[in-house]
Design a protein around this ligand. Structure first.
Ligand code: MG
Length: 386
């Protein structure tokens, strides 16, 4: 054998090994099925905002997306005050979404989103339908992170590995006229390390609102940021009348004073106030945010992980907001929110009621591969009803 042939043979062997490796690396993961659990959670302590009473039984849906690689993608969609909604989401997942997912490669989340929009448009790609699509996207990114051995925030293109957080302190509670529960919540929140908290307003009079804000300020001191949230309680006139007072009291942002669809009303308000106007927790997908932003209706947009459309859609909402020079904060907290927010440059806050470890007002991103949002198996076993 000549040296030349020997090298050619060695080269061929190494080339064939290389091709085998490339094929292995390129091996597509296939979605093989889904599993869902319907949860019913028992009543908890009453908390209220301007228009909602929380504390009665609520529900949720756990989603597992199964693959031929042995990796399972997890998602959980909770309904803080509704028992029936999760049944609808479970039905949509099992009957409409499952056939679209089977055989798909999870490395194509945008293709899956397009296919789901097409498959679900007949019943409307908003509302509970969007809850179902969002939880699918979260589970798909969980698979991708686990397959790559990376937390999702690094898969999405990280800008940071920690996020400022704020707590929800000022709920309306039963038997709290003297604000003793409110005060205890603020004290605990600051003790954990939070540097910002939110107060509900709008359930009663403006005088009551002002008293709640001033009590929070007196308790927390001048260096802590206070946001107010009116949960859609007002019309346009009342939004501005009360907003001027909240602004005078030094609140950091003024959240959702009007119904979410009144984008013109939000534009009038944002134009009239110097303080940040925040909204978006009840918007579905980037097209709604685009309309809000084109009308200059928000200084801070607040996507909700269950309604906005999952990581794929959120990243685009973040980019659209960034293009308008608008900040973003999550509605809700937890690891999935963290993973997404750490990949959005204009994100300023994660909402969190949690008692997690906080350093200088910030929470560290989860470092485990995937979304880090698998519900505890004991929690599922305890509350599973279907
Ligand atoms: Mg809110």
């Amino acid at each position: 054998m000549t040296r030349r042939t020997l090298f050619a043979l060695a080269g061929a062997a190494s080339l064939s090994r290389g091709l085998a490796k490339a094929a292995e690396a390129k091996k597509q993961i296939k979605i093989t099925g889904i599993e869902t659990d319907l949860l019913r959670l028992p009543p908890s302590e009453f908390t209220g905002d301007a228009i909602h009473d929380f504390g009665s039984a609520e529900g949720g849906v756990v989603l597992r997306v199964l693959t031929d690689a042995g990796i399972t993608g997890w998602g959980y969609s909770n309904f803080g005050m509704i028992e029936g909604g999760p049944r609808v989401v479970q039905t949509i997942l099992e009957y409409e979404i499952k056939p679209v997912l089977i055989g798909q490669d999870p490395a194509f989340p945008k293709k899956i989103r397009t296919d789901l929009w097409r498959a679900l448009e007949y019943q409307g790609a908003q509302g509970v339908t969007q809850f179902a699509m969002s939880v699918v996207d979260i589970a798909i990114w969980d698979i991708l992170g686990k397959a790559a051995g990376l937390p999702v925030y690094k898969m999405l293109g990280a800008v940071r590995d920690r996020m400022p957080v704020y707590a929800m302190c000022g709920w309306y509670r039963k038997n709290d006229r003297d604000h003793s529960q409110y005060k205890r919540t603020i004290d605990e929140t600051l003790e954990i390390g939070y540097r910002a908290f939110k107060v509900k307003v709008g359930r009663y009079s403006l005088e009551d609102d002002a008293e709640r804000i001033e009590f929070g300020r007196k308790t927390a001191g001048k260096d802590i940021r206070i946001m107010v949230d009116a949960n859609q309680a007002f019309n346009r006139v009342e939004s501005l009348r009360r907003g001027r007072v909240y602004q005078e009291l030094g609140c950091f942002w003024y959240e959702e004073p009007m119904p979410p669809w009144d984008h013109e009303g939000y534009a009038e308000l944002a134009g009239a106030l110097d303080m940040r106007v925040a909204t978006g927790e009840n918007e579905y997908n980037k097209h709604a945010f685009m309309d809000l932003l084109l009308k200059k209706g928000a200084d801070v947009v607040q996507p909700d992980n269950r309604r906005a459309g999952g990581a794929t859609e959120w990243i685009e909402i973040g980019a659209i907001a960034d293009g308008f020079g608008v900040e973003l904060a999550s509605h809700g907290g937890g690891p999935a929110n963290m993973n997404i927010l750490c990949a959005i440059p204009n994100a300023i806050y994660m909402e969190s009621g949690g008692k997690q470890k906080i350093i200088n007002g910030e929470v560290l991103a989860p470092e485990a591969p995937g979304m880090s949002s698998e519900p505890n198996p004991d929690f599922i076993a305890k509350y599973k009803i279907g």
